[in-house]
Design a protein around this ligand. Structure first.
Ligand code: NAD
Ligand code: UDP
Ligand code: UDP
Length: 322
């Protein structure tokens, strides 16, 4: 029997956050979901609303928060390039001020705190695959910097609160994750390609499609994050979490076309500035310390995600016009 905990999930109405809330509730914990609904939405957590162990608070983490919990999953931050570049100053504020507030909170109430950091701290990596001891290759003044440098500073703050105030921290570097409840309009490659295929629109490959990413299914990621949080030993990370199976963007397009049976054709668009050429995690540390590795294959994960987007699309079509 494990002890029932009170857990704060910031960004809990987002894609990853909503799955974490759900999983924690299933395990019998109390969940406080905090979100300002910038990119997340109530529809992601609607099914949790009637659970007496679930509470939702509309709040922006760049402002102080006074609550009492045992653990904090700090996820609040827009994650897709089109969202985080919409208001880049707010993105940096969320990553930096938001982290300071959550760390201040964790310090006062002596809670364990996990940062959802990102593979973007490696920038356009000069080392491949990326191990945690690689310091990265980030353009500090480019269009992705608000997010990349924001998360790098958040990591600095987490480690300094640990060194200076003895906080129990976990820094997880999350690699591209996909699955049900990704926002339809968030511009990320998996959601774009699936929606384009289902709507019979052209599949937009940026550049020649030879750039790579490694895609992890959300269920595997949520398990990895919880394994890391629950680790008994004092291990702050950083810890890469992701699927080490690397694919080119062209391969993703072809797989989505095959699995949806879509007749969409491929169109090439210009590659965005500072778009990393290659990305693949070395998850040796997570395998060794957490005994964790992803289990869901790309085909299986994409099939489940396609089913989700089909439902979203059907709801959209069923909605009466104004
Ligand atoms: P998401 O956009 O679906 O979720 C982010 C949530 O944070 C949203 O619900 C949004 O409304 C909320 N939010 C944003 N700013 C806020 C603020 N100032 N105060 C309160 N809430 C705020 O994105 P996601 O994919 O679920 O990402 C969750 C976390 O994981 C982010 O921190 C992201 O950087 C990190 N991450 C995700 C991925 C991925 O592939 N999904 C990869 C690396 C890191
Ligand atoms: N903070 C918060 N909730 C708390 C405690 C602190 O939001 O329960 C915020 C507070 O706004 C503060 C920040 O966390 O500015 C950092 O707190 P810390 O104690 O580290 O520093 P200080 O209060 O000295 O600025
Ligand atoms: N991408 C693409 N077509 C799209 C959306 C994205 O070719 O419609 C490419 C993008 O240029 C990048 C990769 O897919 O090389 C992953 O993009 P995403 O925004 O999902 O994540 P990130 O770049 O943050 O890893």
């Amino acid at each position: 029997m494990h002890r029932k905990k009170r857990v704060l999930v910031t960004g809990g109405a987002g894609f990853l956050g909503s799955h974490i809330c759900e999983s924690l509730l299933t395990k019998g914990h109390e969940v406080l979901c905090v979100d300002n609904f910038f990119t997340g939405g109530k529809e992601n957590i609607l099914h949790l609303r009637d659970n007496p162990h679930f509470e939702l608070l509309r709040h922006d983490v760049t402002f102080p928060l006074y609550v009492e919990v045992d653990e904090i999953y700090s996820l609040a931050c827009p994650a897709s390039p089109i969202h985080y570049q919409q208001d880049p100053v707010q993105t940096t504020k969320t990553a930096v001020h938001g982290s300071i507030n959550m760390l201040g909170l964790a310090k006062r109430i002596k809670a364990k705190i996990l940062l959802a950091s990102t593979s973007e701290v490696y920038g356009d990596p000069a080392r491949h695959p990326q191990t945690e001891d690689y310091w990265g290759n980030v353009n500090p003044i480019g269009p992705r910097a608000c997010y990349d440098e924001g998360k790098r500073c958040a990591e600095t703050l987490f480690f300094d609160y640990r060194r200076q105030h003895g906080l129990n921290i976990r820094v997880a570097r999350i690699f591209n994750t996909y699955g049900p409840r990704m926002a339809v309009d968030d511009g990320r490659v998996v959601s774009n390609f699936i929606m384009q295929a289902l709507r019979g629109q052209p599949i937009t490959i940026y550049g020649d499609g030879s750039q790579t990413r490694s895609f992890c299914y959300v269920e595997d990621m949520v398990e990895g994050l919880q394994c890391f949080m629950n680790l008994k030993s004092d291990n702050p990370g950083p810890m890469n979490l992701g699927n080490p199976v690397e694919s080119t963007i062209r391969e993703i397009a072809e797989t989505v076309l095959r699995l949806t049976g879509s007749g969409s054709h491929i169109e090439h668009r210009p590659l965005p500035e500072n778009d990393p050429v290659q990305r693949c995690p070395d998850i040796g540390r997570a395998r060794q310390h957490l005994g964790w590795e992803p289990r869901v294959t790309l085909e299986e994960g994409l099939s489940r995600t396609i089913e989700y987007f089909r439902t979203v699309l059907n709801k959209e079509r069923a909605r009466p016009p104004f």
